[in-house]
Design a protein around this ligand. Structure first.
Ligand code: NIG
Ligand code: FE
Length: 411
């Protein structure tokens, strides 16, 4: 099957020589071709260039993109989109002044979602998550990482991971799976949380590995949650099974989480509201992608991670949605673009790099996704008729995706 997308007003984020990630000052640049064509063969990008250079050939299908731009699909490298029920009542508690921490201490927050996930059937979790996947496809996402973490018992964590496996088998999205056994501390382990860490190490990690259910391992390494020592124990246990770390770090405090992520060659460390000079220094030259979650910072009205400082230090920055019922009940990556520009003072080009190629790196797919390059997976979207690409973050709240293509197929 050979498809031609022709008369593209602007084909964005094209790469002749694909890069794994984009760092520092380079983030302010994206390559684009005006009045372009794109050829898709089966599920891959086969060729692209200016219309004037398109050679005569036969196609099975032609799409006229006059007035529209084409961008690579978003890679959403951090979500918790398998969950049961919503938590808008806590949202009201927050409006009334309770902190995230206070809600968590009262057994709300993550524990509230855990109770509901434990009670839900695999079927229900799958159906609800599939509806969320269909929604994010319409907003332009082409790859998504999904974490467990609302199970909190070996049985419920495994149930969540099996749901993620089924989603991966049945959804056109590229999906990566993360075991987040240590997301919160169950009530019965308060005061002896090392015993819960033992359970993660003794049961959750080996069982998930045994069934091949997790690509990555995550830990909420932060003040009030898991310590650096707990985290190191779990990362070492995961490493024995080839699970690469992706760490929740420095959302509550300078917790040592970033240093821990770098020490264990984590693919990413995520949140990063509390990032000082020492953390930035530590990330320099590492293979760990600093990943910021602007939706959670917006929704919880938190400090903003020092993204400009990170880029000025030459670091790459990725951004993801954190789609979850507690701190970010939206998987809309177009909103992430807008937050990136307004709240973190990123340029539209920097925001696009953060949500495509760099977030692709943060979920280990930047070799096959995250840019328009020959041989990469044909996951991209046609925009509505927009005047400029800067309009993407500017017109917040409006869906600028006209048509999404995943694996070369129109959705
Ligand atoms: O990434 N920070 C930790 N975990 C989630 C929140 C989960 C929840 O509140 O349910 C996050 O924001
Ligand atoms: Fe998260």
């Amino acid at each position: 099957m050979k498809t031609l997308i022709k008369n593209i007003k602007s084909l964005l984020q094209v790469e002749e020589t694909p890069r794994a990630k984009v760092c520092g000052a380079d983030m302010a640049h994206i390559n684009h071709i005006e009045n372009a064509y794109l050829i898709v063969e089966d599920d891959k990008i086969a060729a692209f260039g200016p219309m004037a250079e398109l050679k005569e050939q036969c196609f099975d299908k032609e799409v006229d993109a006059t007035g529209r731009m084409v961008l690579p699909s978003f890679c959403d490298s951090h979500t918790h989109l398998v969950y049961a029920g919503s938590r808008e009542i806590e949202y009201i508690d927050k409006i009334r002044g309770l902190s995230y921490d206070e809600i968590a201490k009262r057994g709300g927050g993550i524990l509230n979602s855990a109770k509901r996930v434990q009670e839900a059937s695999e079927e229900q979790l799958y159906d609800d998550a599939m509806a969320r996947l269909e929604q994010i496809i319409r907003f332009g996402t082409g790859a998504v990482e999904i974490k467990s973490g609302y199970g909190m018992t070996p049985e419920a964590e495994l149930k969540m991971l099996r749901v993620i496996r089924r989603l991966r088998e049945t959804s056109p999205l590229t999906i990566k799976s993360t075991l987040l056994g240590a997301h919160g501390i169950p009530m019965e382990y308060r005061g002896c949380q090392e015993k819960f860490v033992d359970l993660v190490i003794g049961r959750m990690i080996p069982q998930a590995a045994d069934e091949g259910l997790a690509d990555f391992i995550d830990v909420f390494c932060d003040a009030g949650f898991f310590t650096v020592e707990d985290t190191e124990r779990m990362l070492e246990a995961g490493a024995k099974y080839g699970m690469r770390p992706k760490i929740h770090a420095n959302e509550m405090a300078c917790s040592g989480g970033i240093q821990c992520a770098v020490k264990y060659n984590a693919l990413s460390c995520d949140h990063l509201e509390y990032t000082g000079d020492a953390e930035i220094e530590c990330l320099k030259g590492s293979c760990t992608m600093p990943t910021v979650l602007p939706g959670a910072a917006f929704f919880l009205n938190m400090e903003h991670a020092p993204v400009r400082k990170m880029m000025e230090a030459g670091l790459p920055v990725a951004m993801a949605s954190d789609y979850n019922p507690g701190s970010s009940p939206s998987g809309n990556m177009q909103l992430v673009l807008s937050f990136a520009c307004v709240n973190y003072r990123m340029l539209p080009e920097e925001a696009i790099n953060a949500t495509t190629i760099n977030s692709g790196y943060a979920m280990d797919v930047s070799d096959i996704l995250g840019s328009i390059a020959v041989g990469k997976k044909a996951n991209f979207y046609l925009t509505t008729e927009i005047p400029t690409y800067e309009y993407l973050p500017y017109a917040y709240g409006e869906n600028k995706v006209y048509k999404a293509f995943l694996n070369g197929k129109e959705m």
